[in-house]
Design a protein around this ligand. Structure first.
Ligand SMILES: N[C@@H](CCC(=O)N[C@@H](CS)C(=O)NCC(=O)O)C(=O)O
Length: 223
């Protein structure tokens, strides 16, 4: 039995939920509401000492880290989204590492989380300086992604969807919570539209878009 501890609004839970939904992977879902502090209990600390979602359990085996969980799911189900040919798989790994190791530092942590989550915020002056720096850096990364998508598509590595698309699209759409403007990157926008047309996108993102609607209603975020 596969059990997923998750929050539907979480950037790192969404790719796992999306892959599972698209590939009909049956999951026992355990919802942790991060905004209510459900992940801060001693019970969850025993499950993941980092106190982060997602966490996967499979027949007594337990693991965290969304990228590793995506790969585990894909291998377990023989998913074409994680090709077995050496170089094709290496390219998927490369782009997943790129999103996690490079892109997310500037975009998720530099541009988005500080605007949404008080724990990630510095003083007002320091925040303005940090945001300007990360915005410039995120723009460079988005141009690299845009060029990659322009060279082939419709997905990051060509005609077939891979784990890199699942991960990357959920990271990029995080920016929708702060009205991040993707106008300068038309190929990224086209790719995101392709990902949003996946059969399970809307269902998986119901909670996420609920949060976005709440932020908009509060006037909490201006572009
Ligand atoms: N490296 C982890 C990061 C997981 C992570 O950042 N999870 C966030 C939600 S997107 C979380 O649980 N945050 C709880 C907190 O910040 O207290 C992964 O890739 O899965």
């Amino acid at each position: 039995m596969l059990r997923l501890y998750y929050d539907p609004v979480s950037t790192t839970s969404r790719p796992v939920m999306l892959l599972a939904a698209e590939e009909n992977i049956a999951l026992d879902h355990v919802l942790l509401d991060l905004s209510a502090g459900d992940h801060l209990t001693p019970e969850f600390a025993a499950i993941n000492p980092n106190r982060f979602v997602p966490v996967l359990e499979h027949d007594g085996f337990r693991m965290s880290e969304c990228s590793a969980i995506l790969k585990y799911f894909a291998d377990l189900h023989g998913s074409a989204a994680y090709p077995t040919e050496l170089k094709a798989r290496a390219s998927v790994n490369q782009w997943m590492d790129w999103f996690l190791g490079l892109f997310s530092k500037d975009y998720n942590y530099g541009c988005v989380y500080p605007r949404l989550l008080p724990d990630y915020r510095l003083s007002e002056a320091a925040e303005a300086e940090r945001r300007a720096w990360h915005l410039a850096s995120a723009a460079k990364r988005l141009s690299i992604l845009d060029a990659q998508l322009a060279s082939g598509g419709p997905f990051i590595l060509g005609p077939a969807i891979t784990l890199a698309d699942y991960l990357g699209a959920c990271f990029i759409t995080l920016g929708e919570l702060v009205e991040f403007d993707l106008t300068p990157w038309p190929h990224v926008r086209r790719w995101i539209a392709t990902m949003k047309a996946r059969p399970s996108w809307d269902e998986v993102h119901a909670g996420f878009y609920g949060w976005q609607a709440a932020l908009r209603a509060q006037g909490a975020i201006a572009a």
